[in-house]
Design a protein around this ligand. Structure first.
Ligand code: FAD
Ligand code: MLT
Ligand code: ZN
Length: 479
């Protein structure tokens, strides 16, 4: 069968509305979000139901056509981008965006995998509940993609990663088998937790078509502050102080350096008047659903203790929703600010909290030794030990060439440092196609062998997102 016969066969399953093969419309689907790589896809398949997805997968298995699941295409490691073999087809879940059910008493929401994260948050909020997953791309990323990458984001310090929010899952295995475990149970110790295999698997084990997510009480009180840090502020110790004094109320502890603030402010129409201290700044938030707690006075007490410690120079407490929104916008606009400045080479590292300062010191020296004029944008979810340690592309430099150069040299030194401190080269952005070599370099050999066996057990014909995350199973290579 020729490639156009394949496309025709999928049209037979999905109808005209379910298959896009106009080359002009394919390009954006086949290009990763940072426009580092454009792959090749015969078409984009857009199933509208779980049954459609199962039929598509069965047909692909029969034809020997590879599939690449795609949600909002906002991920950073090329996992949603096909390779350039011309033998893969993108399956976009964007037509499957129904909110199936909100169950306030079970505190759960059941959704199609193509639902946009923001729409799921809004549906939960309309029922007085919170979907505690929040990230800058929430207006365009989709639940299936969040599950695929095990997305982290801005409130992990309180609620955990996507993995911690998954109660149930519906997915199609690479042979077309439907897994239908859409229960809302918090407890269910009945054998292997199969649903968790899909979380963080980046589309390599099957296509997620639905999920049940855990909800939390919707905060009615929030206290938000912007802290400017002294030169030698000890981040981990400051976090420990804040955690101790705020108990379970801490939802956000985001670290931001002066350079990142400047980049974000430059991309905003009306940036807030908060700035940075010599040691950077922290966006801090407490939240509670209880109307009986006075979070503002708690925040003031925590801040004064932090100022007494000498780590915090100044603090601005948001006095209105508008001020809070503006502080948040400043944080969330950093990626856009980097993009407008010409782009950055991103390093999504995490280290144990006790080693954050050591990483910053050693990495700073490594960058200076590599090339003294490089500019950085460093910020991140320090509450989770996760730093975005990004190198800005110098003005007038080709972005792709610079990225290749840095990723083949300085990046490896930074990852070596993270690894030596017990950390990782990818905290929340995944592995995809771009970081597979890093998994091979830094991953535990036993874990990689287990990953290959899991991949082979789920997908012996390597239909699902071949080339992402792990190489196929080669028995002789893992003995
Ligand atoms: P896609 O990019 O479409 O896909 C991601 C992976 O999941 C791919 O491997 C794909 O094959 C797989 N996949 C997609 N759908 C399915 C499915 N239905 N079944 C099986 N596999 C599937 N990430 C964070 O973790 N934290 C952040 O704070 C954060 N902030 C961001 C801010 C900005 C401005 C941007 C652009 C991105 C940010 N990201 C962040 C990265 C990105 O938004 C997340 O990785 C997100 O979870 C990707 O969702 P998506 O729907 O776009 O997935
Ligand atoms: C963020 O935290 O803003 C993202 O994960 C990092 C990025 O978009 O570069
Ligand atoms: Zn992040």
């Amino acid at each position: 069968m020729s490639p156009s016969d394949h496309v025709q066969a999928f049209r037979g399953v999905l109808g005209g509305a379910g298959v896009v093969d106009d080359p002009q419309r394919l390009a954006s689907y086949a290009t990763d979000q940072r426009q580092l790589f454009t792959g090749s896809t015969l078409a984009v398949l857009k199933p509208a139901t779980t049954k459609h997805v199962a039929e598509v997968v069965r047909l692909a298995a029969r034809l020997g056509v590879g599939l690449v699941p795609q949600g909002g295409n906002t991920s950073y490691c090329g996992g949603a981008t096909p390779d350039d073999s011309g033998r893969q087809i993108i399956v976009s879940l964007e037509r499957m965006d129904t909110i199936r059910e909100v169950d306030p008493l079970s505190m759960s929401i059941s959704v199609d995998a193509g639902a946009i994260l923001k729409n799921v948050q809004d549906a939960a909020a309309a029922a007085g509940l919170l979907l505690p997953l929040s990230l800058g791309a929430e207006g365009s990323c989709r639940i299936g993609g969040n599950i695929g990458t095990n997305a982290g984001g801005l409130s992990v310090v309180r609620y955990g990663m996507t993995r911690d929010l998954i109660l149930g899952i519906e997915a199609i295995l690479p042979d077309g088998t439907i897994i239908s475990d859409m229960r809302k149970l918090r407890k269910n110790n009945t054998g292997y937790d199969v649903k968790q295999c899909f979380v963080g698997s980046e589309g390599t084990l099957g296509i997620v078509t639905g999920a049940v997510l855990r909800l939390a009480p919707l905060p009615t009180r929030r206290a938000t502050a912007w802290l400017t840090l002294a030169k030698d502020a000890a981040l981990a110790e400051l976090l420990a102080l804040v955690r101790r004094e705020s108990g379970e109320l801490l939802t956000t502890f985001e670290f931001i350096t002066a350079q990142s603030i400047a980049l974000a402010a430059g991309a905003m129409a009306t940036p807030p008047s908060v700035g940075s201290g010599p040691g950077g700044a922290v966006l801090l938030e407490f939240a509670s659903s209880s109307r009986h707690l006075d979070l503002d006075s708690l925040m003031e007490s925590v801040i004064s203790e932090a100022v007494e410690s000498g780590w915090v120079e100044d603090a601005y407490l948001a006095q209105s929703l508008a001020q809070r929104a503006s502080m948040w916008e400043l944080r969330e606009t950093i990626p856009e600010g980097e993009k407008r400045s010409g782009g950055s080479v991103k390093h999504d590292i995490s280290v144990p909290l006790s080693s954050i300062q050591r990483f910053l010191d050693v990495a700073g020296e490594q960058v200076r030794n590599y090339r003294a004029d490089l500019e950085l944008s460093v910020y991140g979810h320090v509450g989770d030990g996760n730093l975005h340690y990004n190198i800005l592309v110098p003005h007038g430099t080709d972005r792709i060439e610079f990225t290749r150069l840095i990723e083949g040299s300085l990046s490896l030194r930074l990852y070596d440092t993270a690894a030596a401190l017990g950390g990782t080269f990818s905290a929340e952005h995944g592995v995809g196609r771009f970081k597979r070599h890093l998994l091979e370099k830094y991953g535990d050999a036993g874990c990689i062998a287990a990953m290959r066996r899991i991949k082979a057990a789920f997908d012996p014909a390597d239909i699902m997102n071949a080339g992402a995350v792990v190489r196929p199973f080669e028995p002789e290579s893992i003995r």
